[in-house]
Design a protein around this ligand. Structure first.
Ligand code: PRP
Ligand code: MG
Length: 212
């Protein structure tokens, strides 16, 4: 019998809760995350530990059949991938923030300004929809430092508790989108694997109900 391949974040904010929900639906995995691939006991599932940003492409190509991933990453990567279930953890929003001391009258203030971000497509689409043009600097992490070191006038990144913004003397001025962890499905999943996924979705729903 073929196994359903599920991608989860190798490390980062989604990892622990992803493993927990798999455990809660009865998919237990032996080896730790030093292995890049693991088989579940008693269930036709293989887990692949991957980098967040790579997961949308793997889904699109059918290298993996499903994934637990932040919806914000799917949106950023622009792949047409179905969200099968919202998973109710790792809520965050993708926001634009500016230094606390800066006056902010509206999005037009960002016209011609430099914005540091790990979400270039998301912020580009948003600015375009508002008729604003800015210069984007793509950074992969620690984005909030950029205004403090003179690299940018504003940033666009995910905000969860808000503590990173606070510590870096930034204030949220635009909320582009809200996101949470989701179960995403490859557009080319086989019928046989879809059956396994249906069982998983059924179990996820009851676990989420129980958590309410
Ligand atoms: C993430 C994100 C924000 C922060 C938001 O960074 O890029 O910086 O968390 O969370 P908060 O609102 O609860 O502070 P992360 O710590 O994952 O590090 P990185 O940006 O260097 O990848
Ligand atoms: Mg960060």
């Amino acid at each position: 019998m073929s196994k359903l391949r599920i991608a989860v974040q190798k490390s980062g904010r989604l990892h622990d809760d992803s493993m927990q929900i798999l455990k809660d639906i009865g998919i237990s995995i032996d080896n730790g995350k030093d292995q890049l691939k693991a088989s579940a006991k008693d269930f036709p599932v293989e887990i692949f530990y991957l980098r967040n940003g790579d997961i949308p492409q793997y889904l699109k190509d059918g290298v993996v059949d499903a994934a637990i991933i932040g919806e914000n990453v799917l949106i950023e990567k622009g792949e047409t991938i179905t969200v099968a279930e919202k998973l109710g953890f790792s809520s965050c929003r993708v926001c634009i923030a500016v230094p606390k001391t800066k006056k902010y009258n509206g999005i037009q203030d960002l016209d011609g300004k430099r914005i540091a971000t790990s979400y270039p497509n998301t912020v580009k689409d948003y600015l375009e929809s508002k008729g604003v043009q800015a210069n984007l600097h793509i950074i992969n992490g620690s984005v909030e430092i950029a205004p403090n070191i003179g690299l940018a006038d504003a940033i666009c990144d995910i905000v969860s508790s808000g503590s990173t913004l606070f510590k870096n003397n930034l204030k949220e001025v635009e909320t582009i989108l809200k996101s949470e962890a989701v179960l995403a499905v490859s557009p080319i999943i086989s019928e046989e694997k879809q059956e396994i996924l249906n069982t998983i979705q059924f179990r996820i729903r009851s676990v989420l109900k129980g958590r309410q």
